[in-house]
Design a protein around this ligand. Sequence first.
Ligand SMILES: [Fe+2]
Length: 241
Amino acid sequence: MGQLTRSRLTITPYHRPEASEQPLVPYEPYKSTIKRSPSKPLIFLPHTLSEVTGPIYGHTEIGETDNDLTKQYKEEPLGQRIIVTGRVLDSNGRPVPRALIEIWQANSAGRYAHQVDQHPAPLDPNFAGAGRTLTDENGAYHFVTIRPGAYPWLNHYNAWRPAHIHFSIFGRAFLSRLVTQMYFPGDPLFAYDPIYQSIPNEKARERMVSKFDSETTQPQWALGYKFDIVLRGPEATPFET
Ligand SMILES: [Fe+2]
């Protein structure tokens, strides 16, 4: 028996996600999903060794201000300063150290520093809206940024996205990549947002909503929000692009 064959026999596959805890595709109210989604049911293949163990990412050096979006320019950006912290966990609740987290977001007026976003809200010359960091040995991460504004989009009449920060996480392997969105508690736009509502299971949706955290909040300086991210398994954070 070859080594590869032996290895395959001992592979512990990842949990498959529960359908109701992931976005429905296509989801009629979210118009772009109609053209983007596969029209046939997915075919699940057995996991292979390289999918559950690799590759090991060669992370380029993370810069000093990469996790502080308020310090990337000479002046501070406008808006409510916030601290976003949490941990990245695997399907068994174990911390994932050295996971690469990248975030991107609109500015406090709800506008992205991107040429595709031309809606009439001001750009902030002191805010790019992009950051990255690595989790520490306990799977913990820390960002300082400003609270993004809600923004309009063209999905349907008077469509506005709830305020959110996009997250991309590279865990240990290809299959522990997660792209999701972090929301803020109590947003009145949840009920109207077809992206948020495309996940049928309410508890799964709520796993994308951060919690206000008075311990992380710093007096006279910034509000704290906690957002733990579970890469796979029954408590997995839903995949949302
Ligand atoms: Fe967005």
